[in-house]
Structures are given as C-alpha cells and as structure tokens.
Design a binder for this molecule. Structure first.
Ligand code: T3D
Length: 258
C-alpha cells in the first residue's frame, strides 16, 4: 500500500507510516492496512519483533481530519469500534514486541499508537500530545487506559485535560520512552533494540508480554498463579534447555522458537 511501507530484515519488521505531507494522519485505508500488517506479522515465523515509525517530520498526527469531514465518514463510535480498537488490541496482543520509533510529534490517535507499543525510543524533537480536546473530543484508542498506567494518574490527567505536549526528554524522565536519541540515529537505535529482542527466546518474549498485560487487572494472587502457568509453558520449551546449555557451555544461545 502506498501509505504504509513494510521492510523485513534480520527477523525485524519495520513498519513506516508513509503520508508525510499529512503528518502520517490515519485514513480508513491506512488503519485497515496497519491492522492487516500486524495480523500478518503475528503469523510470520520470519519475524520476531517489530519497529513502528513515521516518514518525514511526524510520527503520526492521529485521525485524518479531512477524511472525517467527508459525508460518508462513519460515526465516531463506529470508527473506534470497527477500526481503532481492533488495531490497538492487535498491537497489545501481538506475541512479538513492538518498538515505537517516535521520530516527531505523536498526536491524538498517533499518541495512542505510540502508547500501544511495548518500548518507545524518541528522537530529540519528538513529542506526545493528546490533542483530542483541542477538537472537542476525548482521548481514545486506549490512551485513557494506557497513559495513567505509564505515567501515573496525575500526569495523565494533566495531559488528557489540557492537551499539554510532552517532550521526548520529559517522556524519558517519566519512563514513557526508554531512550532519546538524535533524529538521524533513531531508526537504527530502534532496530537495534528490536534486533536484541529478536535474539531472545520467542515463546518467553510472548509469554512475558502476556504476563505484563494481565498484571494491570490482576490481584497479586492471580498474577502469581498466571506466572506459574506461563513459566510451566516456557520451562517446557527447547529454547529453555538451549538457554541453560548455552550458559553452561559459555556461548551465546541459539533460540529457535521451539
Ligand atoms: O474517527 C475519528 O475521528 C475518531 C478518532 C479520533 C482520534 C484522533 O486522532 S482525534 C485527533 C486528531 N488529530 C489532531 O487533532 C491533530 C491535528 N494536527 C495538529 O494539531 C497539527 O498538525 C500538529 C500539532 C500535529 C502539527 O502542527 P504543525 O504546525 O507542525 O503542522 P501543520 O502545518 O499543522 O500540519 C502539516 C500538514 O499536515 C498540514 O497540511 P497542509 O496544510 O500543509 O496541506 C496539515 O493540515 C496536515 N495535517 C496535520 N494533522 C492532520 C493533517 N491532515 C489531516 N489530519 C490531521 N490529523
């Protein structure tokens, strides 16, 4: 698709939102292609991790507001249920880690996309802004769930209610982004992180992601039980045996996903 690029190299898939003239704003076609891409990557054994970034000077400016004015645009609740929500769930449920390379502003649903990644690295000029209130909307696409959990209720309320922009540097200070790097190094750094994730045991990575996700709504007792269940699965993999063998033989492990 013209507005989305997908490159796969060394077990890392790089998805680039590619509408730079509109700051990679999300059209119906782009959202549907993004969902198709994540769905396909879930089943692609050649891919172990994903990088999501934007072309040009923005990560993503959220919903394409010109498209929204079209007479045939779906009502907002329908658009969320049919397109945004499945996309966010696909990202959070993908059994492969997603590294967000926040190359510029991430606004509105673009901020939500950034939040739905597992790890974020940002360019020095990058920023995250819940721009929804400026156009009379509420933060959506998971922002009201993810942001308070990442930065705390107070900061999330400030960002959601005032629409204040969070710079990359402040986002790093809050732990929302793992690292801030210069723009020219961003993609390479994000791909290096994704590469390191791709070297890990895929089942353990997938189960870790599942455990972390479940922790948001679980009691300690429930989470302890889930850890026991998932560790039982991880412990039965050939990769676990390989990890121990590699440790004892003082060599890097070669994980196969078995
Ligand atoms: O379906 C639904 O609607 C429900 C879901 C809603 C989720 C949402 O995402 S709601 C929030 C939508 N997004 C926004 O409100 C952000 C709109 N954009 C901006 O506020 C600003 O563009 C930015 C703060 C992101 C950047 O400002 P600036 O000054 O650096 O750039 P600019 O000049 O405003 O934008 C550059 C071009 O991109 C410009 O096009 P032009 O005039 O050169 O032809 C601008 O119109 C276009 N653009 C930017 N954002 C969008 C957009 N075009 C369409 N939709 C956009 N969201």
């Amino acid at each position: 698709m013209a507005d989305l690029r997908l490159e796969i190299a060394d077990r890392v898939a790089t998805i680039t939102l590619d509408r730079p003239a509109a700051l990679n704003a999300l059209t119906v076609a782009l959202k549907e292609e993004l969902l198709r891409t994540f769905t396909a990557l879930a089943d692609d054994p050649a891919v172990r991790s994903v990088v999501l970034t934007g072309a040009g000077r923005a990560f993503c400016a959220g919903q394409d507001l010109r498209e929204r004015l079209q007479p045939d645009a779906a009502p907002l609740d329908v658009e969320l249920r049919e397109r945004y929500n499945p996309l966010i769930l696909a990202m959070r449920r993908l059994e492969k880690p997603i590294v967000g390379a926040i190359n510029g502003i991430a606004a509105g649903a673009g901020a939500s996309l950034a939040l739905a990644c597992d790890v974020r690295v940002a360019a020095e000029g990058g920023s995250i802004v819940l721009a929804f209130g400026r156009i009379g909307l509420i933060p959506d696409s998971g922002a009201t769930w993810l942001l308070p959990r990442f930065v705390g209720a107070s900061k999330a309320a400030e960002m959601a209610l005032t629409g204040a922009s969070l710079t990359a540097v402040d986002a790093e200070r809050l732990g929302l982004v793992a690292q801030v790097v210069s723009a020219d190094l961003l993609l390479a750094e994000a791909q290096a992180i994704a590469g390191r994730l791709a070297d890990l045991a895929p089942r353990a990575v997938a189960l870790t992601k599942r455990a972390l996700e479940a922790s948001w709504t679980a009691s300690l007792e429930q989470q302890l039980e889930l850890e026991a269940e998932l560790q039982g699965i991880a412990g039965a993999t050939a990769d676990h045996a390989e990890g121990i063998a590699a440790f004892l033989e003082k060599r890097p492990p070669r994980f196969t996903g078995e």
